[in-house]
Design a protein around this ligand. Structure first.
Ligand SMILES: [Zn+2]
Length: 461
């Protein structure tokens, strides 16, 4: 039973909830309190946790004692908190949540390769353990105010699996679960053969709050020809598509020169084939390497730690969205090896830059998986302005996932996907949300779908 719901609920429809707080902030504005939202929805069903409702609609944003406000059936008061929209984590790996945060020293030789080996050895690989890990990830996401994700369902043991997709579809979370696959060198042919059936299977699934998508892993594990096939199949089956791109110095070396740790790794596993030299070792930047593919359909691209002006131009031209993962970049030492991330220049160039957490393994918050903590890092470290930080963790994340950005704004008429409260004590809403280390509490979650039709990979025709 939801402790927020009154014992005697009126039977008349619709239900009106008044949520009042000490302030309110989103991508468009910040308003000091006391302030309240009046939200109309069908009678919410009694359940544990946040109120869940179909098609909630914001009627009014005003002072809690506004005499012109509509009558409410339920009042939720958080006078010591700032209300924020539900958050979007545009890049995460919920199936790795069972691994928990791990220490990592990027300065050690072979650090990234050793880390990736650890993930391969220790990642959940059975149906039950993957489902348990995703369920834990959902709980930790909700504990961080996250209501929508771009989740990567990893290929444990090299085999694509739909377990994470099925598990997430049963959860209250919105967004996309991208099924990941590999296919390079001696395995490129297998991937080419298997991809049509995978895309058909994903494309045929019913979608509600969660859509299936495709995720070729990265340019050092997927041949360019396999990327091209995946992008065309994604278009054909209406699937969004995502990949990891320009994450490390080693990836850049592998693409430009076909040398280094990535090449050695593929050779050690018997995966390297000289046929790859048709597309690799030609001096190209990873974004340049994939630019013909990025032009087929808009991608959601994780990381982009390593970009030059030409790469940013390509991202803008192809309509790609970026999921920047600030804490993951810092954890792997990207600023030291590749320089500061150029997310602000990307935004200026018209690229949609959202925020992701990557997996819990690289986070410093064992009790939650939240892009709010990544936004706090950017505000504190880079002096990023609050409106841009809010947009990156709400409306821009929504756009990256094909969700309606208006569902992540506080405006009369909007249908919010989530309403959360950050307990901060008081003061300027923006300053207090980003100065605080407190976790948001989700008060309300929308239970119907909030896709707006167009999304990454749906169509750019
Ligand atoms: Zn990732």
């Amino acid at each position: 039973m939801n402790p927020n719901l009154p014992m005697q609920m009126p039977r008349t429809q619709p239900f009106c909830i008044r949520i009042s707080a000490g302030g309110l902030a989103d991508a468009d504005h910040a308003r000091p309190g006391p302030i309240a939202l009046w939200i109309k929805c069908p009678m919410p069903s009694p359940a544990k946790g946040p109120i869940r409702a179909d098609r909630p609609r914001i009627l009014l944003i005003s002072s809690p004692d506004d005499p012109a406000a509509p009558p409410h059936d339920l009042a939720i008061d958080r006078p010591e908190s700032v209300l924020i929209p539900g958050l979007v984590n545009a890049h995460t790996h919920l199936d790795l949540t069972a691994l928990a945060p791990r220490p990592h020293d990027p300065a050690l030789p072979g650090a990234f390769t050793n880390w990736a080996d650890m993930i391969r050895r220790e990642r959940p690989a059975t149906h039950e353990s993957i489902a348990d890990s995703v369920r834990l990830g959902v709980r930790l996401g909700l504990a961080g105010g996250v209501v929508a994700v771009g989740d990567i369902a990893g290929a444990a043991g090299g085999r694509a699996t739909l377990t994470a997709l099925d598990t997430l579809a049963e959860s209250p979370i919105h967004g996309i679960c991208f099924t990941e696959f590999f296919g390079i060198g001696t395995r490129a042919g297998d991937a080419m053969d298997l991809l049509p059936a995978l895309a058909e299977r994903l494309g045929a699934r019913p979608t509600g709050r969660l859509r299936p998508g495709l995720q070729p892993h990265a340019p050092y594990s997927v041949s360019r020809a396999v990327y091209e096939r995946a992008a065309r199949l994604a278009m054909e089956h209406g699937l969004p598509i995502s990949t990891h791109l320009a994450e490390t110095l080693e990836e850049g070396e592998f693409v430009a020169h076909a040398t280094g740790a990535k090449r050695a790794f593929l050779e050690a596993l018997g995966l390297w084939s000289d046929a790859e030299l048709a597309d690799l070792g030609r001096g190209e930047h990873p974004v340049e390497h994939l630019s013909p593919i990025l032009g087929i359909t808009p991608f959601l691209l994780a990381h982009l730690n390593d970009t030059d002006d030409a790469a940013i131009g390509t991202l803008a031209r192809t309509g790609a969205s970026v999921a920047y993962c600030p804490r993951a970049s810092a954890y792997f030492g990207a600023p030291a090896s590749l320089g500061p991330h150029r997310y602000r220049e990307m935004l200026e160039a018209g690229v949609n830059v959202s925020l992701g957490t990557d997996s819990i393994v690289n986070l410093d918050t064992p009790d939650r998986i939240s892009v709010l903590d990544d936004a706090r890092l950017l505000v504190r470290r880079d002096g990023l302005d609050a409106r841009t930080a809010f947009a990156m963790m709400t409306t821009r994340g929504a756009a990256a996932l094909g969700l309606d950005p208006d569902a992540f704004r506080f405006r009369p008429g909007a249908s919010p996907v989530g309403v959360a409260a950050v307990p901060v004590g008081g003061g300027n809403p923006d300053a207090s949300v980003f100065k605080s280390d407190e976790a948001p509490e989700i008060l309300l979650m929308r239970s119907d779908s909030c896709f707006c039709g167009a999304g990454p990979g749906t169509s750019n025709a």
